[in-house]
Design a protein around this ligand. Structure first.
Ligand code: SF4
Length: 487
């Protein structure tokens, strides 16, 4: 639908637009002509939204926010709250009219748990936060419960500013999955880039390792991801491990993860290399345990290879294992997904991460997503509820979560773990409570500064060839910025 917005304060416009997109993804704001008029008024702590065209008597919503007068809130919080209430008004008013109740309420961000931590820092209790999630953020009771559970669990992981984590990117995969929008290239077509890329990575790893030592950082966790790091040949893979350990592993490092997304890349020799270099956690990602779907999504492996990779990995004591599944893959009925889940539980990993498909334009499928046979929103939401209960019965609890743009059924991605096996890196990275220095193509560095954290961001070039050719100049920029912000 088209909307004509009347507001006395243009600062609310981005929030108005974001709220419209939540309830009406095709919403378009127009200046004049035909469109639904929305009148937004904010006076003191009173917010109202009126839509005179939506019925004969007009539709309106209003809220008098006494809560924001609580002295724990600052002036900046008050402005923020008025923007939140403008969003709430729009989703309530239009949501009723369009028959849509977004489970995440006014939240359109990738990291919903941040709301929990923001309110916690203001000094509110968990039950006060739960009430606010319902009344001010318009979140459903299930999601509010999930947020409070996950947020309260995460609090124990937050550390002082000298603790950081490191991400090392290996942007190569055996083939490209059709749904993937990560900056990774297929070794079938780009094998000739590997040597030059690794030389750039070696240079950056050594330089950033030196920088971390000179600034006295305590490196809490290391994550080698991508791409599929284990798709490198054994010798190259071992060299990456060795550079990473020499540059970043210290007595403070409590977690060292390697992503082995594709099961066919897991060999006994690579597992031995991981043991030798002190890897503590590994991810083997089936995404589905159905061969016909694996073929359809371009993964070129079978469910039997997942089982074989898990068998090999389990022989290495002390290695925590994560497995990823994707809910909503094309052609899969609810029972297919739940069957994959049962098979994964039977393989007895320590962590299970449940993603929901998020159709992205940058993926090979791009615009074709709309032509795929995908489950409807209600069925996906129902399966998602079943997953929560099933994993809880199997001894897993949710410990981090995030959302993505265009994610199906307004759902989320949730990391589950057996108690004591949670990934520190996943928590720090998602909550943006700790500086993460990224090395390698497409790797993002996020500097986190202050108690109400301010975040600055820098991304290395996504293309492995561009990365390799620019790395020396980029290291200087990154090192300079790190010294300014954290030195
Ligand atoms: S294995 Fe992972 S990173 Fe590689 S193409 Fe598939 S989804 Fe993308």
């Amino acid at each position: 639908m088209k909307y004509i917005i009347e507001t006395q304060d243009s600062r609310y416009l981005p929030n108005i637009e974001a709220a419209l997109k939540i309830v009406d993804p095709k919403a378009e704001i127009v200046q004049d002509g035909q469109g639904v008029r929305l009148i937004i008024q904010v006076e003191g702590v009173h917010v109202s939204v009126t839509a005179p065209d939506l019925s004969e008597t007009g539709r309106s919503w209003e809220y008098y926010d006494k809560d924001i007068l609580d002295p724990r809130y600052s002036t900046a919080d008050r402005l923020r709250r008025m923007k939140e209430l403008v969003r709430l008004g729009i989703i309530k008013l239009l949501g009723d009219f369009l028959g849509k109740t977004p489970p995440w309420g006014i939240l359109s961000s990738v990291r919903p748990t941040k709301i929990y931590h923001y309110l916690r820092e203001k000094g509110f209790t968990q039950s006060e936060i739960y009430d606010k999630l319902l009344s001010i953020y318009g979140i459903s009771t299930d999601k509010a419960e999930l947020l409070v559970n996950v947020g309260s669990f995460q609090e124990r992981f937050f550390k002082p500013q000298e603790y950081i984590s490191v991400y090392v990117g290996i942007p190569f995969c055996p083939s490209r999955c059709h749904y993937c929008s990560f900056p990774a290239v297929s070794l079938q077509t780009h094998h000739h880039w590997v040597a030059r890329y690794l030389e750039g990575l070696r240079i950056e790893t050594e330089a950033i390792g030196e920088l971390c030592r000179s600034l006295g950082f305590k490196i809490e966790s290391i994550y080698i991801g991508g791409g599929t790091p284990t798709s490198l040949e054994l010798e190259d893979f071992a060299r990456v491990l060795q550079w990473t350990v020499s540059a970043f592993k210290t007595g403070d490092t409590i977690e060292f993860t390697v992503e082995a997304g594709r099961p066919e890349t897991v060999t006994r020799e690579k597992l031995e290399a991981m043991r030798h270099f002190g890897v503590t956690r590994m991810s083997i990602n089936p995404q589905t345990m159905h061969d016909r779907t694996l073929a359809l999504i371009g993964r070129n492996h079978t469910a039997a290879q997942v089982e074989a990779a898990m068998d090999k990995a389990k022989k290495f004591d002390g290695l925590l294992l994560n497995m990823d599944l994707i809910l909503g893959l094309p052609g899969e009925a609810p029972e297919d997904f739940l069957d994959s889940l049962e098979q994964v539980i039977a393989l007895n990993p320590d962590n299970i991460t449940i993603h929901t498909l998020a159709p992205k334009r940058a993926a090979k499928w791009g615009r074709e997503f709309s032509e795929l046979n995908l489950l409807d929103d209600d069925s996906l939401a129902e399966v998602s509820d079943t997953v929560v209960c099933r994993l809880s019965r199997a001894g897993f609890h949710p410990y981090y979560l995030y959302r993505q743009r265009r994610i199906l059924a307004d759902l989320e991605n949730i990391g589950y773990a057996r108690p004591g096996s949670e990934s520190v890196y996943n928590i720090q990275m998602m909550e943006e409570r700790q500086t993460i220095i990224g090395v390698g193509a497409g790797a993002i560095t996020k500097w986190v500064v202050g108690t109400e954290p301010q975040i600055s961001r820098y991304q290395n070039p996504k293309c492995p060839a561009t990365y390799a050719s620019r790395i020396v100049a980029d290291i200087a920029k990154k090192a300079h910025q790190t010294r300014i912000l954290l030195g």
